[in-house]
Design a protein around this ligand. Structure first.
Ligand SMILES: Nc1ncnc2c1ncn2[C@@H]1O[C@H](COP(=O)(O)OP(=O)(O)OP(=O)(O)O)[C@@H](O)[C@H]1O
Length: 715
């Protein structure tokens, strides 16, 4: 793939993901974020599958059954348990997560265990039969003592002992000889909490806990108790074998989180992309990487509208390890249980800010998918969420991180949204008061671009400066300016962004009608999935010189070596972040690119369809606040906001579109690799190489001196 070294974001992001935590990756467009999450995820999915095939987990669980510990097959998904089965954690702020032990006691004897509160959350500890709910104390088979100083059984919560919290040690006592349960706090024993009924007295009682946003450490007696019990009570590990029973809920029983027998339709990784094109592109990237992984082969599929349902189900039924999806179909298939999320280990949100934007419906889908995922895998690994975009710095993403992620690590190379220095951006102000050429253009029917018709009911009077006339003038001028820019830069390949689908169609007709070889392909949501795929392909292969698109193609699309982007209009105020994404279609992978934005000097009236038909046959030119489907936009304000957000002033060019080359050393060839010695190579990894070498030397000398210390040369 012509990749020699990791890019900066890959150098930082890959180890963070391999480290096992949740990661937010913010890095400029075209900086290689897709590889930064695909590579480590493929590695872990592959290694887990290989270990499962070799029966590693089975052996691990089988070997540990003699120990008393939390039964990972008798716990709620949200509850995390460490490798020893003694430390339990739940970080969910709202839900209680419970678990029982893998062994219990029955018949005779007096037994004890301790629970130490490690973080400041809510917990209940106690005893339960295997019939009891994991939400300890809410039914007759569970007997709990909670941090608020209440005992609970059969859903009734009564005052008992005193409250407990962080750093307290709770002792849990069961006396099977006399049928009573009581508790202690830091060696202070409280009186009888429960008398066990005759119906239950011959049951097996398992240590049980339920916690919310808390972590506790259990001791069943394998290590010395903080407060050793008295009066004939013994630690559970000392219970005579005749009075100990294994839990009937065993590893590899009926559990749907069974890691050895992962169902064919239960992937380990779900990647969510905002559009079909991006889902396809990421899927292709995985296909490229996975070629190098064999035995077992990774099965990755695409899930999205546009694929026939029969074909989709065939793909799923063949078995799946990694799914790349666009929202929509995936949520339907999960709701219908055709795809199970019970074994998900990685949940990846690419272009996350667009997925969680208040403008999109995806947030609900995301919540729904997340609620189906186990927060810990059967092997005890935490669900990992990876979130990335070039524009992650906004409040919605922060909310997402707070709600779904667990102490996420930010991998953020710039600290704010920014544009790569391989992208040169310029603005041309379209000023109909200054440039009156639109009057002449409009008079020659068929010579100017068809406008969107929003002023069809207005009286347009060339020569006058009323807002409607100027607004219509802008639309005419912009068509002309596009041609000027194309010709001035002899653009052979360019992506042109328009505000609406109608604007795209009009521009396509206009350019084609010029008969100057301006071959075009359109990409917007009114075109069928097949046509979209074909058009993108035409552009990639050079069959079409211009890709004319709405913001549907603003993000992520990676076409090698595109030299130019033109923004016929700036993104709408609600989609400001798309400016960075649009212009980031050029200047990728260390190639140079030029982005030209046409910005109207005065207000422009535009369609803003909120009607049911989304604009089809709608000619309601009233403003939205008058019940219509139109609004006025001010691109000068949008430009100022973009400049402020990025902390730059974008260079202005005249209507001749000559870009002052001295700004950029006069040496730039757009579309070609950046001329100074290869950015990626001089990036982070190489900059650090001296320091890394020095560290390696130090490490070596420390190790040598240690070896000399434990085995002196004389020995
Ligand atoms: N280590 C590497 N060496 C060389 N090229 C790379 C490397 N990693 C990625 N690339 C190339 O860089 C280009 C951009 O990568 P990618 O599409 O992952 O960018 P991105 O950061 O996701 O951008 P966007 O924010 O626009 O989605 C791709 O063509 C990819 O093949």
């Amino acid at each position: 793939m012509d990749w020699t070294l990791p890019t900066d974001i890959q150098s930082e992001g890959i180890p963070a993901i391999l480290g096992g935590g949740d990661v937010l990756m913010a890095a400029e467009t075209g900086s290689g974020k897709t590889g930064a999450f695909c590579l480590p995820v493929l590695q872990i999915v592959y290694e887990t599958m290989r270990d499962q095939q070799a029966g590693k987990y089975k052996k691990k669980f089988a070997g540990q059954e003699k120990d008393w510990k939390i039964n990972i097959f008798d716990k709620e998904r949200n509850l995390g348990v460490d490798g020893n089965g003694l430390r339990c954690e739940s970080t969910h702020p709202k839900f209680w997560s419970g678990a029982r032990c893998n062994k219990g006691v029955v018949g005779k004897g007096k037994y004890y265990y301790e629970a130490y509160v490690e973080t400041d959350g809510l917990c209940r500890v106690g005893w339960s039969t295997s019939d009891g709910s994991l939400n300890l104390g809410t039914d007759p088979a569970g007997f709990g003592f909670g941090g608020t100083g209440k005992k609970s059984n059969a859903g009734s919560f009564d005052d008992y002992g005193e409250s407990f919290t962080l750093y307290d040690t709770i002792g849990c006592f069961i006396d099977l000889d006399n049928g009573v349960i009581h508790f202690s706090k830091n060696d202070h024993e409280f009186g009888t909490a429960f008398e066990i009924s005759q119906q239950l007295i011959n049951s097996v009682f398992y240590p049980a806990i339920v916690i919310k946003n808390a972590r506790i450490l259990l001791n069943f007696g394998a290590t010395v108790f903080k407060f050793p019990p008295q009066n004939g009570y013994v630690g559970l590990t000392q219970a005579p074998i005749d009075f100990v029973r294994d839990s009937p809920i065993t590893a590899f029983g009926n559990s749907d989180t069974n890691s050895e027998k992962r169902p064919h339709n239960a992937p380990m990784c779900l990647i969510l992309e905002p559009t079909k094109e991006l889902a396809q592109q990421t899927h292709n990237q995985i296909e490229n990487f996975k070629k190098y992984l064999d035995a077992p082969k990774i099965r990755n599929i695409l899930v999205m509208g546009g694929i026939s349902m029969t074909e989709q189900m065939n793909l799923i039924n063949d078995g799946v390890d990694i799914i790349t999806a666009a929202p929509g179909r995936i949520s339907d298939l999960v709701a219908q249980n055709k795809i199970l999320l019970s074994n998900i280990r990685f949940f990846i949100l690419d272009e996350a800010d667009s997925l969680v934007s208040t403008q999109s419906d995806c947030f609900k889908i995301l919540q729904q998918l997340h609620s189906h995922m186990p927060k810990y895998s059967p092997e005890g690994y935490r669900l990992q969420m990876i979130v990335c975009s070039a524009t992650l710095h906004n409040s919605e993403v922060k909310k997402l991180a707070d709600q779904f992620m667990h102490f996420p690590q930010w991998v953020d190379l710039k600290g704010q949204d920014s544009v790569p220095d391989t992208v040169h951006q310029v603005v041309c102000i379209v000023d109909p008061k200054n440039d009156k050429s639109w009057i002449r253009l409009r008079s020659k029917i068929g010579d100017s671009i068809a406008t969107d018709g929003i002023h069809s009911k207005d009286e347009i009077r060339p020569g006058r400066d009323d807002p409607e006339t100027l607004s219509e003038a802008i639309k005419t001028l912009k068509g002309e300016y596009i041609i000027k820019a194309i010709d001035e830069h002899k653009m052979d390949k360019c992506i042109i962004f328009c505000r609406t689908r109608l604007d795209c169609d009009n521009l396509e007709k206009f350019l084609t009608s010029r008969n100057k070889g301006y071959t075009c392909a359109c990409l917007h949501s009114d075109r069928s999935p097949d046509e979209r795929t074909r058009n993108l392909d035409w552009f990639k292969t050079g069959k079409a010189r211009f890709l004319i698109c709405t913001d549907v193609a603003a993000r992520g699309i990676d076409v090698r070596g595109v030299p130019y982007v033109i923004n016929m209009t700036l993104p709408t105020p609600e989609e400001k972040a798309n400016y960075v994404h649009r212009i980031g279609r050029v200047g990728r992978a260390q190639r140079m690119g030029l982005a030209i934005s046409l910005v109207a000097s005065v207000g422009e009236k535009v369609w803003y369809h909120k009607c049911q038909s989304r604009g089809a046959n709608c000619f309601n030119t009233h403003l939205v606040n008058q019940g219509g489907c139109a609004r006025w936009l001010n691109e000068m304000t949008s430009l100022a906001e973009i400049e402020e957000h990025l902390g730059v002033t974008v260079n202005r060019v005249g209507t001749d579109f000559i870009v002052p080359m001295d700004e950029f050393d006069g040496k730039v060839v757009y579309g070609a690799k950046r001329s100074n010695e290869g950015g990626i190579k001089t990036g982070h990894a190489v900059e650090l190489s001296g320091v890394v070498q020095a560290l390696a030397e130090l490490e070596r000398s420390v190790q040598l001196s240690y070896l000399q210390m434990i085995a002196p040369p004389s020995a």
